[in-house]
Design a protein around this ligand. Sequence first.
Ligand SMILES: Cc1cc2nc3c(=O)[nH]c(=O)nc-3n(C[C@H](O)[C@H](O)[C@H](O)COP(=O)(O)OP(=O)(O)OC[C@H]3O[C@@H](n4cnc5c(N)ncnc54)[C@H](O)[C@@H]3O)c2cc1C
Length: 450
Amino acid sequence: MENGFELVKPGEQGWDSGRAAWNLAIEQVPAMVARPGSTDEVAAAVNFARENGLRVAVQAEGHSAGALAGVGEDTLLLKTGRMTGVEVDAESRRVRVGAAAKWRDVSALASPLGLAALSGSSAEVGVVGYTLGGGVGWLARKHGLACNSVLAAEVVTADGQLVRADRETEPDLFWALRGGGGNFGAVTALEFELYPVPELYAGMFAWPWERTADVLHAWRELVPSLPDELSTWARILQVPPLPDIPEPVRGRQLVVVEGAYLGAQEPGFELLRPLRDLGPELDTFAAVPPAVLGQLHMDPEEPVPFAQGGQLLDELPAAAIDAIVEAAGPGSRSPLLSLELRQLGGALRAAPPNAGALATLDQAFLTLGVGMLVDPSMAPAISGQLDVVADALAPWDSGVKFANFIDVPIDARMCYPPETFDRLQEVKRRYDPDDLFRANHPIPSATAVG
Ligand SMILES: Cc1cc2nc3c(=O)[nH]c(=O)nc-3n(C[C@H](O)[C@H](O)[C@H](O)COP(=O)(O)OP(=O)(O)OC[C@H]3O[C@@H](n4cnc5c(N)ncnc54)[C@H](O)[C@@H]3O)c2cc1C
């Protein structure tokens, strides 16, 4: 303990675990690691960094460390990992989380009450980082981006002050935090809405990957007719032969459709009939509690080394499915663990009243390709294959990027309409004029870019 918060310097005990990122492929060598356990300690760490000429990179566990491309010696890595508190108010359907809460912590309290947050595919991902970046999960077609369900945020700004931002107080900061990422301060708590999920029918179908073309074409033809209550994600999956992976999929090459329907089993069953008629080898669809959504996608629960890339597509004609199959299906020699397609639409297209900086995602589909870097020598093959996929889908690529799915440094302008980016820069200039905070997708203050 030093300066009122835990500070770990190079070579000290806890240095390697403190600077480690969840993405094990990323090496972070900051000046020091701060591990605050309270709001006051976050403020002390921010003041310490500023007074010592260091920048601040805030992380829960570093799921998105790839986008930072390594944290360097000019930076204090502020790891929020000790701030995991979660409080649910069932009556107002409101939840308050600490900076390092994971979706698992939220669903453990909300799911038994028949409530769900707008969480994503993995229960292990940090609520704050996910939500600041937008957040597209299983309920997005019905309830929109997670950032637009935020009701309030508490933030330590660059001057070390704690600020509460909501619709009435600090409205510009409140707007910017909802989709503008971790550029504006260190968030110490978030409050957001939960949604009633009285019934949920969810699961996955899997076929041997020789069926990739016919399953993906059938899925593409089906999805325009599906209601916003049903989200389906289709993927080509090459599962590694690791012992902790369940037997039916371990070491297999598969084509998979996962789905979550906000409704009863019977209509859910009917809606998915055209896919079931294709005779999946595996069918796990069942009536389930909301907490199951954090496992449905079979994301790893422990840190792993990976690289990923995603695209937002304006449309998905049959030719795009042919391109995907050629780029990542049977015969492609693709080393990707997974290439997935998420149907967007529904509530994602309409900006809710008083929306944040990421008001909508109005593209039709989101893709995500992921490769496991079991060995660092695989990096060129994985990134090469991600490029092959991106090139194959280029004719339908909107050119817009969804920050949460981009794990390499990019120009953040690609994530927003120009007028939104300009306003984000203005807010950055007001709250962090000297660019103290180093977010995974940096928005420089208007001053800093001249
Ligand atoms: C397995 C997996 C599954 C995923 N599934 C989805 C999905 O379904 N939908 C989706 O939208 N995204 C998904 N993502 C992407 C994920 O939302 C981003 O990687 C997100 O940035 C992770 O946040 P984190 O806090 O866990 O990671 P971190 O790397 O710790 O944080 C990411 C960034 O968030 C900011 N940040 C974090 N905490 C704070 C804070 N307290 N104050 C200020 N800024 C902060 C910082 O800028 C930081 O660089 C997934 C990622 C993984 C690895």
